[in-house]
Design a protein around this ligand. Structure first.
Ligand code: G6P
Ligand code: ZN
Length: 547
């Protein structure tokens, strides 16, 4: 067969709306599947990002519908655009944290991560493309903005007419002069985890009876969890549930929360609950932590992991600092204060942690949206959080409930919940935010039930490393005594607008530390509606999801 490896220039016209959101470009599969749609975006990425001729590009995804097809497209375009090497995970699979690690380990100039994270997959569901830079982290706003501007003017893209690469066989293929290496998606990542954590201690605890269940949600973490939890750590076969990645995640939302991981909750609150339960999302960067009979909120998990991280080898020397996104509860700040290390409050989106991690200003980061991670990669990392919890459980020899109780007794407890109002008409959501923004100035001093507003503002962040300013990152209403409501529109939805209302009540060490979260937040829930007119603007009297 004679293959024409000449570079072809294909004429195209811009598509509206190729603006990357909180985490890359996410659209319905039907949108992505339009001729030239993915190509336009990928070419715009290649046109804007920093790379030398012959650079290495990492490509991988969470295995969802369209993954393989877009990978083939991206490989051909990379060859035509002067990349020297593509590293791609076998089967097109790379979890987001594993992709971050591979980019760093092999000195790639960046990577394309194909995922819509926790959103459902399949022909009628979601797809996404995110670009990560050479540090392994999501491209910063300056880069995503440049990519977006490029998409509005693009008139051609480059590709080659080569056959599909066999993604299922590990090894190297030549694509129009560019090397494509299909790599084991798990090996490098598993080796990294083994360096960070005390696997021997965890193995001993497992041998001593420690049990767990892990729900991979038919998403990308299945192969990673089988290898690490069952093969390397010795948890019983069957510990990993739903461990085979499926293009439609078995028809479920691969979103590890109380709603979509209901089975896990039922197990962990049931009679024969194992000691520890966890789940991860579509692309493996989120985590859900449940002990026997106790749900650990992501905000609390961050605080508890930070307080105990020194028990794992990688963090035995202490933490440099702790960073959290603004809507994440302040529980981690109290740990930072006790450890006498800095606490950072960034806008929502993992990319804002990148500079702090690169500059060595913080070691552990986390978000209320079920993301926790450290300076080992530049993404949040679901299995990392699971392994750090296991390391802590193994060393302390206590249950999750005991560890939580001792934590709250020492630092106080930040009762916390997030109420999401999904698929709202965009105009209604925008009107709510606009009215609320206009009313912020008049809020301080006003009382809502027993709550008195101390301050209210629109959160803006100046990056301490590069000085860049990110404004309008959510509306905060702070009450006397440390309670708080944050209002924010989601940046990751693909249908209408999603209003997120983050509710937080602080109880000091001497306060009520063992109450029901919903009881403790009742006054804040009432205040949120009174302050923002949620029902008036949206017609909804209840959130769609509470996490
Ligand atoms: C993605 C990002 C997270 C971020 C989350 C927020 O998962 O990786 O860093 O916290 O989106 O999503 P939202 O829908 O609230 O904008
Ligand atoms: Zn994710």
């Amino acid at each position: 067969m004679i293959i024409d490896t000449a570079i072809a220039t294909i004429a195209t016209t811009p598509f509206d709306g190729q603006k990357p959101g909180t985490s890359g470009l996410r659209k319905k599969v039907k949108v992505f599947a339009q001729p030239h749609y993915a190509e336009n975006f990928i070419q715009s990425v290649f046109d804007c990002v920093e790379r030398d001729e012959g650079a290495t590009l990492v490509i991988g995804g969470d295995g969802r519908y369209l993954n393989r097809q877009v990978i083939q497209t991206a490989i051909r375009m990379a060859a035509a655009n002067g990349y020297g090497r593509v590293l791609v995970g076998q089967g097109g699979i790379l979890s987001t944290p594993a992709a971050s690690h591979v980019i760093r380990q092999y000195g790639a100039s960046g990577g394309l991560v194909l995922s819509a994270s926790h959103n459902p997959g399949g022909p009628d569901e979601d797809f996404g493309i995110k670009y990560n830079i050479a540090n392994g982290g999501p491209a910063p706003e300056s880069v995503t903005e440049a990519i977006y501007i490029r998409t509005t003017a693009i008139d051609s893209y480059l590709t080659v007419a080569t056959p599909d690469v066999d993604l299922d066989t590990i090894g190297e293929t030549d694509v129009a002069g560019m090397a494509v290496q299909v790599i084991d998606p798990v090996a490098d990542y598993a080796a990294l985890m083994e360096r960070l954590f005390d696997f021997a201690a965890i193995r001993a605890a497992v041998a001593g009876g420690l049990t767990m269940t892990f729900d991979a949600m038919h998403a990308v973490t299945g192969p990673y969890a089988h290898e690490i939890l069952e093969r390397r750590l010795g948890f019983a076969p069957g510990t990993v549930k739903n461990g085979v990645p499926l293009e439609d995640f078995g028809g479920h939302h691969p979103d590890p929360n109380m709603v979509h991981a209901a089975d896990l909750f039922a197990t962990m609150f049931g009679d024969d609950a194992p000691d520890f339960g966890a789940a991860s999302d579509g692309d493996g960067d989120r985590n859900l932590i449940v002990g026997r009979g106790i749900f650990v909120t992501p905000s609390d998990s961050l605080a508890m992991l930070a307080a105990n991280a020194h028990l794992a080898p990688a963090y035995a020397g202490g933490l440099k600092g702790i960073a959290r996104s603004m809507p994440t509860s302040a529980a981690a700040d109290r740990v930072a204060a006790a450890l006498n290390i800095p606490a950072f409050e960034t806008p929502t989106g993992w990319k804002f942690f990148g500079n702090l991690l690169d500059a060595g200003m913080c070691t552990i980061c986390g978000e209320e949206s079920a993301g926790t991670g450290s300076d080992h990669v530049r993404e949040k990392d679901g299995l990392w959080a699971v392994l750090l919890w296991l390391n802590i459980l193994a060393v302390r020899g206590q249950s999750v409930a005991q560890i939580a109780a001792e934590h709250w007794a020492r630092f106080g407890r930040n009762y916390y919940a997030r109420h999401d109002y999904e698929a709202l008409p965009t105009e209604a959501a925008n009107a709510l935010m606009a009215d609320l923004t206009a009313s912020l100035e008049a809020l301080p001093g006003r009382a809502f039930g027993p709550l008195v507003v101390e301050a209210a503002d629109s959160f803006a962040y100046t990056d301490p490393v590069d000085g860049s300013l990110s404004a309008n990152q959510g509306l905060r209403v702070l009450f006397e005594g440390g309670s708080r409501i944050v209002f924010r529109l989601s940046g990751t939805g693909t249908e209408g607008a999603t209003l997120r209302v983050y509710l937080e009540r602080y109880e000091p060490e001497s306060g009520d530390l063992a109450a029901q979260t919903s009881d403790m937040l009742a006054d804040l829930i009432a205040a949120a509606d009174a302050i923002a007119g949620i029902t008036r603007h949206t017609g909804r009297s209840q959130p769609s999801v509470i996490t």
